[in-house]
Design a binder for this molecule. Structure first.
Ligand code: CP
Ligand code: NVA
Length: 306
């Protein structure tokens, strides 16, 4: 049997979209948000099912995809390795062939990027990356929507990432390429983002070691936890390495007067971010979280034939 079963679109990284498609999705997300606020029913995905495979914990991703599918008239199915054959070693390829014959799209949160790629290669329906160790494209769509709603076009702006060169950092690097903004990454040595991705960003992305210097003139400052899911045993070592990388008011004060603060959540106040920053007037973290719902509804509408 052929490996690639259909030519359906997948969303495994932000760069699976063209700039025009990404811009259209963000605009559509804001429109769907307005329609929901106006109490307007919109159910283009009636009778459609989204399977959601979670190999890591989640609050926002699970709730936003499940609520989003229901709001679009469809249904979402939560699958965990604990109580499916996925956890007992059934090959990803076989799981993809079987699940994709029964549902209309699949969302996967897992460890390796390769897993979502293999699943997509054997799936008849669109596959969405709900977070891997490599990137978090759904969160990036919501973050881009949030920036756009507060400040307009992100092109040409200065975005500063402070902390770990992790999956969220990688998604910001992909967004910098697609939307053409300047990205400064302030991280301690040994925690740099992926070198190939850095090279692909060209002069749009630079690595700095001093977070205060990096923050100068920033229009957006973003951070994330110091130890991601799967790195729990490194927590102590990381806490020491990142001690001078907390986003504080002093760092925010280096930035542009209209700077925004973002964090994909969940956050650890007093570690990667001071409570006064995340709970302060420059923070848009609750809008970011809410926009997961609207951005992913736009994505589901775009990917699932109806
Ligand atoms: N930001 C995010 O993806 O949150 P969850 O881990 O709760 O899904
Ligand atoms: N970098 C974090 C993001 C969680 C949404 C993690 O991978 O755990």
């Amino acid at each position: 049997m052929a490996t690639q079963q259909t030519d359906c679109r997948h969303f495994l990284s932000l760069l699976d979209l063209s700039l025009d498609e990404a811009r259209a999705l963000i605009a559509r997300a804001t429109e769907l948000k307005r329609m929901r606020a106006a109490g307007q029913d919109f159910k283009p995905l009636a009778g459609r099912t989204l399977a959601m495979i979670f190999e890591k914990s989640s609050t926002r991703t699970r709730v936003s995809f499940e609520a989003g599918m229901v709001q679009l008239g469809g249904h979402a199915l939560f699958l965990s390795p604990r109580d499916t054959q996925l956890g007992r070693g059934e090959p990803i390829e076989d799981s993809a062939r079987v699940i994709s014959r029964m549902v209309d799209a699949v969302m996967i949160r897992t460890f390796e990027q390769k897993t979502v790629e293999v699943f997509a290669a054997h799936s008849r329906v669109p596959v969405i990356n709900g977070l891997t160790d490599r990137c978090h494209p759904c969160q990036m769509l919501a973050d881009l929507q949030t920036f756009h709603e507060h400040r307009g076009d992100i092109q040409g702006k200065r975005v500063v990432w402070i902390g770990d060169g992790n999956n969220m950092c990688h998604s910001f690097m992909e967004a910098a390429q697609l939307f053409d903004f300047e990205l400064r990454v302030a991280c301690p040595e040994g925690f740099d983002p992926d070198a190939d991705l850095l090279a692909a960003c060209g002069d749009r992305c630079t690595i700095l070691r001093d977070p205060r210097e990096a923050a100068e003139g920033a229009h957006l400052i973003a951070t994330d936890v110091w130890a991601s899911m799967g790195q729990e045993e490194e927590q102590e070592r990381r806490q020491a390495a990142f001690a001078s990388y907390q986003v504080t008011d002093a760092i925010m004060d280096q930035a542009s007067s209209d700077v925004l603060f973002m964090h994909c959540l969940p956050a650890h106040r007093g570690e990667e971010v001071a409570a006064s920053v995340i709970d302060g007037p420059r923070s848009v973290v609750w809008d970011e979280a809410e926009n997961r719902l609207h951005a992913q509804k736009a994505l589901l509408e775009f990917l699932i034939p109806h």
